[in-house]
Design a protein around this ligand. Structure first.
Ligand code: PLP
Length: 381
C-alpha cells in the first residue's frame, strides 16, 4: 500500500483530503512522492513562516535532540529559560510572563483558565466567525463547529466582529475577558480595524475586563509585524501563540501581563516547555528577526496585491489582506479553484466555502509570488 492507501485504511479521517502525498520541502517549495514541485501557499496552515527545512532550525533541533529532548516543568532548563526571555524581548510591553504549551487550542485553554482564576468571574465575550481551536474550552470560544458537542462550557457569548457597540453591550458584571483574533483566519481572513482594536482595549480597561488576543495564526511576522496587534499599537492582557512559533515543531504559549498572577497548580501540561520544541522555537525566532521576515511579508504582500489587483478577475468579490495573510473572497465556491490551483502547482487553503486563503512561507520569492498570481488569474478567469 502507498502512503495514501495506508492513511485511508488506518487513519481516523477528519480532514477533506486532497490527492497529494508531500514528502519534502525547502523554503516555499514542496515536492510530492513523484518529484513534482509545488509552490506552498499553505505553510502547514500558517506554520512554516521561515520556510520548510530551514537549515538553522534543522540544526538546532538536531543539536538539542542529541543533548536533551525532555525535561518536566518541575525542573529548570536552559533552552526553556532562553525561549521565555526571548519571547518577552520580542513581545510588546507590558507582556511579562510566559506559559508554554503545545498548540493553539491549548494556548486558548490556558488563557481561559487564567482569566477565570485572575478575575473570579466566569463569562467570556467572543466574536462571531472567531476561531480558537477544537478542544472543549477553545471550542466554547469558537463560533462554528459547536452544535454536535454541546453543552459546551457555560458563560460564552458572541458579538459581531469589528462592532464596538455590540461588544460593549455584551459585556456584563460577570465578564472575565474578551477573546478575539487580530485577523480572523478560519473565519475568512477578516482584519480588525485599528480603531476597533483600540476601542476594545479602552473598553476592557473601563469595564475591568481582560483582553485576550489570539495571535495563533497572525503571530511571528505573518502580517508584516512580529505580532499583528502592533499594527494598531494595542497590547492585550494575554496573547495566545502557536503555529509558526516552532518552525513546524508543535509548541504554543500564552504571554501575560503582571495582572495575571501565577499560582502553583493553577495549570500544567507534560510537554509544555519541552527543550526540543524550545530549541526549535529559539532558532525560528532568530531567523524571523535576522532575516527581517516581517519586512519580507510586507514587501511580498504588497507585490501580491499590486499584481493581483492589476487584473482582478470578475469572480472575486473582495481581496482581504494583512502582509502575507491573504483571503480572496469569491462569488462562488472556492474548492474547485483550490483543486485547479493544485493542478497548476500551487497549494492554497480555504477559509470558509467561498474564500481562497494564501499563507505562504514568508521566504517566498518574488518569482514565486508572480507565478501564484498568474495561476490565480488563470483559474479564476
Ligand atoms: N487560534 C487560531 C486563531 C487559529 O487559527 C487556530 C488554528 O487554526 C487555533 C487557535 C488552534 O490552533 P491548533 O490547531 O494548534 O490547536
Amino acid at each position: 500500500m502507498d502512503a495514501q492507501q495506508t492513511e485511508q485504511r488506518y487513519g481516523f479521517e477528519v480532514y477533506p483530503k486532497r490527492d497529494l502525498t508531500i514528502v519534502r520541502g525547502e523554503g516555499a517549495t514542496l515536492w510530492d512522492a513523484s518529484g513534482r514541485e509545488f509552490i506552498d501557499c499553505a505553510s502547514g496552515v500558517g506554520v512554516a513562516n521561515v520556510g520548510h527545512a530551514h537549515p538553522k532550525v534543522a540544526a538546532a533541533i538536531a543539536e538539542q535532540a542529541a543533548r536533551l529532548i525532555t525535561c518536566p516543568g518541575v525542573f529548570f532548563n536552559d533552552a526553556r529559560a532562553k525561549l521565555m526571555q526571548t519571547l518577552i524581548d520580542i513581545a510588546p510591553d507590558p507582556l511579562a510572563r510566559v506559559f508554554l504549551c503545545n498548540s493553539g487550542a491549548e494556548a486558548n485553554e490556558a488563557a481561559i483558565k487564567f482569566a477565570r482564576h485572575a478575575t473570579g468571574k466566569h463569562g467570556f465575550v467572543c466574536t462571531m466567525r472567531g476561531f480558537h481551536g477544537r478542544t472543549m474550552g477553545a471550542l466554547s470560544a469558537t463560533h462554528k463547529y459547536r452544535e454536535a458537542y454541546e453543552p459546551l462550557i457555560p458563560g460564552f457569548s458572541f458579538a459581531p466582529y469589528n462592532n464596538l457597540d455590540k461588544l460593549a453591550a455584551a459585556i456584563d458584571d460577570d465578564t472575565a475577558a474578551v477573546v478575539l483574533e487580530v485577523v480572523q483566519g478560519e473565519g475568512g481572513v477578516r482584519p480588525a480595524s485599528s480603531e476597533y482594536l483600540q476601542g476594545v482595549r479602552s473598553l476592557c480597561d473601563e469595564r475591568e475586563v481582560l483582553m485576550i488576543l489570539d495571535e495563533v495564526q497572525t503571530g511571528f511576522c505573518r502580517t508584516g509585524r512580529m505580532f499583528a496587534c502592533e499594527h494598531a499599537g494595542v497590547t492585550p492582557d494575554m496573547m495566545c501563540l502557536a503555529k509558526a512559533m516552532g518552525g513546524g515543531v508543535p509548541i504554543g504559549a500564552v504571554l501575560v501581563t503582571d495582572a495575571i498572577e501565577p499560582a502553583v497548580g493553577m495549570h500544567g501540561t507534560t510537554f509544555g516547555g519541552n527543550p526540543l520544541a524550545c530549541a526549535a522555537a529559539l532558532a525560528t525566532i532568530d531567523v524571523l528577526r535576522e532575516d527581517d521576515l516581517a519586512g519580507r511579508a510586507r514587501h511580498a504582500g504588497e507585490r501580491f496585491r499590486a499584481r493581483f489587483e492589476a487584473n482582478r478577475p470578475a469572480k472575486v468579490r473582495e481581496l482581504r489582506q494583512l502582509g502575507l495573510m491573504i483571503g480572496i473572497e469569491l462569488k462562488e465556491k472556492a474548492r474547485p479553484h483550490l483543486i485547479a490551483l493544485m493542478e497548476r502547482g500551487v497549494l492554497a487553503l480555504p477559509a470558509g466555502p467561498t474564500v481562497i486563503r494564501l499563507l505562504p512561507p514568508l521566504v517566498i520569492s518574488d518569482a514565486q509570488i508572480d507565478r501564484v498570481v498568474d495561476c490565480l488569474h488563470e483559474v479564476l478567469a
